[in-house]
Design a protein around this ligand. Sequence first.
Ligand SMILES: [Fe+2]
Length: 176
Amino acid sequence: MSIAHIIAEETQYSNVKLPLSKLKTALTHIERLMAEHYEWLALVFSTNAHATKFFADMARAEREHERLVELGFRLAGERLDLTVCVDVLDLRDTFAEVSRFRSITPRPTLKEALDFSRDLEKHAAEEHLGTALASVDPSLSDLIQRLGSDDLHHAKALRTFGEHHRPEAHIALSVN
Ligand SMILES: [Fe+2]
C-alpha cells in the first residue's frame, strides 16, 4: 500500500494538518514498511548467516515499533480528532524510496543494502513528528521521539555491522 492510499487528498502538499487518526495509519505503515524491508533483506542475503540474523533482528525491532505506535495512539483516545502539521511528502518519499530500492537489478550488494538502510533510518520521520506532536499530545510525542532515537541506534548498528563484516564476500540471492 502506498502513502497516497492512506492520505490521498493531502499528498500534493508538503506540510498539511492531519488528524492523529490518519497520522497513526501513516506511522503504522511506515514501521511495517521498515519491518518488511529488513525481512526482505534477510531473504536476499540468506546465504550469509550473520546478515540474515542481523536483518531479522532489525525487522523484529520494527515490528515492535509498529506495535508501540498502535498502542500509543490507542491510549490517545478521543484526542485522535486533534490535528498535527506533518510533512506528507517526506512520508511519501520514504515509501517511494523503499519500493525503488527493491526493484533495482541486479540485487544490491550487502554494502549497498546497509548504506541504503542507514539513510532510511537517519531520515525517518519520527524525530520531526515527535516535535510536532509535543503541543498536541505530550505522551504520544515522547513515544514517537523514543522511536526516533531507536532509528538512530539502528543507523549506528547498520554502520557497525558493515565495519565488522566483509560485504563483498557474500552474494545476494535473487528473490522477490
Ligand atoms: Fe521504526
